[in-house]
Ligand binder design. Structure first.
Ligand code: PHE
Length: 531
């Protein structure tokens, strides 16, 4: 029955009777539809709620338990119990030959013959005669069938709960919770269902009809419509936040578009020994075509190879043979420090006496370039604050926290007379701006920095210290071949972009963040998009 018609019926019945004590007794116009049925009560509930929202009625609900037949129960209600069907199939005693069990199976089917025989014997309805079976009584009363028929039409059984429990155990009936309702008139009771207004219009105000109109109530429980639109990937979002921290601290962004670097720029120029394990095939992806990089500027190349092989600038070097081939290999950069090295080399150009024009913006963001303090002669050095956030590649065994490519956040500061305290202080400020208040530093080793510090942050959710970055003061063996004056210090630090993002958004598998397994839907629904 349509909801509108049902609502009208409820209002008319209320008008006539004052209250409807039991909605199961509602007289439906369509006689074939039973008001007492479970489905009808559900439909009635819908109509009641709609009337309730307009305060036209009030109602109370009541629970009832009724029973319905399982498919097997329904079959028994129609065709009789297994034992009755066995009895019916057998010949009466003395009338015709007894039926063999094999014949019986054929007659009623295996399952029914098996269960039915046992029960029929128990009831003494059948008996053995020779090798066969015969009826033992002339007539039977199939109580199971009768009970099930009663349940089928009334949903209940007069003989009571004990029999019902037995039928439930035999899975012939199942219990179902039902509802019925008592209905009263509400404050806005009327027999005509006026469609409530949803909006207050200018016309209503002008004509005054707003005074008599009924308005649809606000549903404060209703969920809002999800806004349509694109979603920012959590990594992009965190990248943007970190980029803003750097910019606000006066850093300039480094160009990091070349994923392919030479071993010279990724390792040699940083004073990473040519025999260092990080340069192995297991750790680094090498390019097979083209195999070789273009050579760097010859005099710089010479200074770098010399400091490796023989030392210089106060260092004894590695005293290991230098391989030109190793240096000219092409690879996917393993850290963004390769890009920083390019930039530092460029920054030192003035110190090498090269002509440079208008490079201030490139090295500091908004901050004024200063010349050597306390020195009368300009040696060409300009302080710089640089950062980058981009992809790096490592030949890693991939698991929940490692991928072969990820993002690094890197900062580099160059100035005269910087100390380790400057580096530590800078990082405290930087991490604080990222929302990480508690940081600790641990001495570490990097081939290109000395001293080096690992950075740990306290993770309140995990309740432990986790490593968040790596840092250090770049070695003179790296800086001096570039042409920097002796008193220029450069410190830097690096961290992954993925780790703080995962910590922030409680993501414990990196593959849900990056790579081919990322689900667009997951990104759209992630907390990162909302907050
Ligand atoms: N390149 C380092 C890394 O990959 C990070 C770092 C950058 C360390 C700058 C010191 C100075 O972990």
């Amino acid at each position: 029955m349509a909801s509108e018609a049902l609502q009208q019926l409820i209002l008319d019945t209320l008008d006539e009777q004052g209250t409807i004590k039991d909605t199961r007794s509602l007289v439906l116009p369509n006689q074939s539809e039973l008001a007492a049925s479970h489905d009808t009560q559900i439909t009635i509930l819908g109509a009641l709620n709609s009337l309730l929202s307009r305060d036209m009625i009030k109602y109370e609900s009541h629970e009832v338990f009724s029973h319905i037949l399982s498919p097997e129960g329904a079959q028994i209600a129609k065709e009789g119990s297994h034992e009755a069907r066995v009895w019916a199939a057998l010949p009466a005693k003395g009338q015709g030959p007894p039926m063999t069990p094999a014949q019986l199976k054929k007659e009623v089917g295996e399952a029914i013959a098996k269960v039915g025989q046992g029960n029929a014997f128990k009831q003494k309805w059948i008996a053995k005669e020779g090798d066969g079976l015969v009826k033992a009584v002339a007539s039977i009363k199939d109580a199971t069938q009768l009970d099930l028929q009663e349940i089928e039409s009334t949903g209940d059984l007069k003989s009571g709960e004990k029999v019902l429990a037995d039928l439930r155990k035999r899975k012939l009936v199942v219990q179902r919770k039902g509802q019925w309702f008592t209905v009263h008139k509400g404050v806005n009771f009327s027999t005509s269902i006026a469609k409530p207004e949803t909006d207050l219009t200018a016309e209503m105000l002008a004509s005054g009809t707003w005074k008599t109109s009924t308005f649809k109530k606000y549903n404060f429980e209703a969920e809002g419509i999800p806004p349509a639109g694109g979603a920012l990937h959590p990594l992009l979002k965190v990248r943007e936040e970190i980029r803003n921290i750097f910019l606000e601290m006066g850093f300039a962004e480094m160009p990091t578009s070349s994923f392919v670097e030479s071993a010279f720029w990724c390792f040699d120029a940083l004073f990473v020994p040519q025999q260092h394990p990080a340069r192995d095939l297991q750790d680094t992806f090498y390019i097979s075509d083209p195999v070789k990089a273009l050579p760097p500027e010859p005099s710089y190349y010479k200074r770098v190879s010399t400091v490796h092989e023989h030392g210089g600038y106060g260092s004894s070097g590695y005293r290991a043979p230098w391989s030109h081939e190793e240096s000219s290999k092409l690879l996917l950069r393993t850290h963004t420090t390769a890009s920083s090295t390019h930039m530092l080399y460029k920054l030192a150009a003035r110190c090498r006496g090269e002509e440079v024009e208008g490079d201030e913006k490139e090295f500091t963001h908004g901050a004024k370039a200063t010349t050597a303090h306390g020195e009368s002669q300009d040696d060409g050095f300009r302080p710089a604050k640089l950062f980058s956030i981009d992809r790096v590649f490592r030949n890693e065994t991939m698991d929940a926290t490692h991928l072969a490519e990820f993002h690094q956040v890197e900062g580099v500061v160059a100035d005269r007379g910087l100390t380790l305290a400057d580096l530590i202080g800078f990082m405290r400020v930087f991490f604080k701006k990222m929302g990480i208040e508690q940081v600790r530093f641990k001495p570490a080793y990097n081939p290109y920095t000395e001293p080096s510090l690992e950075i740990f942050a306290f993770h309140p959710m995990l309740n432990k210290w986790v490593e968040v970055g790596n840092s250090g003061m770049f070695r003179p063996e790296m800086l001096e071949p570039m042409g920097f004056p002796k008193d220029v210090r450069v410190h830097g630090w690096g961290l992954s972009l993925e780790r703080p993002t995962m910590i922030r958004y409680g993501i414990n598998n990196i593959r849900t963040l990056l790579g081919h397994k990322v689900s667009i839907e997951g990104i759209e629904n992630s907390a990162a998009v909302m907050f």
